[in-house]
Design a protein around this ligand. Structure first.
Ligand SMILES: [Cu+2]
Length: 166
C-alpha cells in the first residue's frame, strides 16, 4: 500500500512536470507568434505563363528586440526572395536583399516600388482565391508560417509610370 502511494506520488509529480513543460512550450510559442504580426498580405494574380509573382504585406514587430528575416521558403516557385527597388542612373531597378530587419516596435511595409517578396520561376500561375503558404526564416533560426491570399489590388499605375519614365 505504501509503495503504491509512493508510486502514485511519483506519477503525480511526473504529470505536473509534463503539464508545466507543455505550458512553457505553449507560452513561448504564443509570445513568439505575437512578436511578428503580418497584416494585409496579398499576392497579385498572375497571367498564364507568368514567370514571377510578387507578395506585399505589412510586418509589425511587436517584440522588444529587432527581428531579422534572413530567408523565405515557398513551394510555388523555384526561388523565393526578398527584394527592394533602387534608383540607379535614373532607372528604377529591383535587387535581392539578403536580409530584412524589422526594428523593435515598428512596421516595415512591403509595397509597390519598395520592399517586396518575389516568387521566381512560378510552377503554375496564381489565380484569385488561391492561398499561398510562405515560411519566413529568422536569424534566430525560428520560422514563421503564413498564408497569403491571391487577390487583385489596384495600384495607382499612372503615378508609378510617371515615376519610372523620368
Ligand atoms: Cu522583385
Amino acid at each position: 500500500m505504501l509503495l503504491y502511494l509512493k508510486l502514485l506520488g511519483g506519477f503525480k509529480m511526473l504529470l505536473r512536470y509534463i503539464l508545466l513543460f507543455g505550458y512553457l512550450i505553449f507560452f513561448n510559442v504564443s509570445i513568439y507568434a505575437s512578436s511578428l504580426i503580418i497584416k494585409d498580405a496579398y499576392i497579385n494574380p498572375t497571367p498564364n505563363g507568368a514567370k514571377n509573382g510578387v507578395a506585399f504585406m505589412k510586418i509589425f514587430n511587436n517584440s522588444p528586440e529587432d527581428i531579422v528575416i534572413t530567408n523565405l521558403k515557398s513551394n510555388i516557385s523555384r526561388k523565393t526572395e526578398l527584394h527592394t527597388h533602387n534608383m540607379l542612373n535614373g532607372i528604377m531597378r529591383m535587387h535581392k536583399l539578403s536580409r530584412l530587419t524589422i526594428k523593435k516596435k515598428s512596421i516595415v511595409e512591403l509595397k509597390s516600388m519598395s520592399y517586396h517578396i518575389m516568387f521566381i520561376g512560378l510552377k503554375k500561375s496564381l489565380k484569385k482565391e488561391d492561398i499561398v503558404k510562405l515560411k519566413l526564416i529568422l536569424s534566430s533560426k525560428e520560422e514563421i508560417d503564413i498564408k497569403i491570399p491571391v487577390k487583385s489590388i489596384k495600384h495607382k499605375h499612372k503615378k508609378h509610370n510617371k515615376h519610372i519614365s523620368h
